[in-house]
Ligand binder design. Structure first.
Ligand code: HEC
Length: 166
């Protein structure tokens, strides 16, 4: 009888230790995850709201949600995209796309570093880019202007081809 009680006690102690160990590990993971999340935010320096809303099902609104670049990434298209980029975007996003253009310095959030952004799938997919460039950041209260009225759609796609070379 006493042996059985001892046995139960030993098991209980083992279980208790195991569960504290597991929960400590769980807490560490959670903290680590939160730290990583925070770091990502500060590294990206721009509209998290757009990122989050694009991840939801149906997040990128029509007609952009299913769009794919219809143009080939030819030399001509990339060269034209580069010209347009320098005319319309570099003032905020910087000549090399690093987010350091003179007109962007005072904006909050700051213009995105596109050289980094373009290497962040799934965010940097065609539908996300055409949506962002066309509609801008008004709905997320950012300084990113909408270009659907200023740059024709084909040229917006050319800019996107150029962005992929950054
Ligand atoms: C007046 C300054 C300004 C100009 C001009 C501008 N942008 Fe932006 N852009 C911003 C700001 C500020 C952000 C960050 C806030 C946001 O994401 O809406 C941004 C964000 C972006 C993003 C989204 C990054 C993300 O994380 O979602 C892309 C892509 C982008 N810009 C591309 C362009 C392109 C291409 C052009 C030119 C056709 C352009 N921008 C012109 C200010 C500008």
């Amino acid at each position: 009888m006493i042996a059985k009680q001892k046995y139960i006690l030993v098991i209980a102690v083992i279980l208790l230790q195991l569960s504290t160990a597991l929960s400590a590990q769980g807490m560490m993971n959670k903290r680590e995850m939160m730290m990583r999340h925070k770091m990502d935010h500060s590294m990206m320096d721009h509209s998290m709201q757009r990122h989050h809303s694009s991840m939801r099902p149906g997040g990128i609104p029509a007609p952009y949600g299913i769009m794919i670049n219809p143009l080939p990434p030819s030399q001509e298209n990339i060269a034209r995209g580069a010209e347009l980029y320098q005319t319309f975007c570099s003032v905020c996003h910087g000549k090399q796309g690093k987010g350091d253009g003179p007109a962007g310095a005072a904006l909050k959030p700051r213009p995105a570093n596109l050289t980094r952004f373009i290497r962040m799938p799934p965010l940097s997919r065609d539908s996300y880019l055409i949506w962002t460039i066309s509609e801008g950041g008004a709905q997320f209260k950012t300084g990113m202007p909408p270009f659907k009225a200023t740059i024709k759609e084909e040229d917006r796609w050319r800019i996107i081809h150029f962005l992929r070379t950054l």
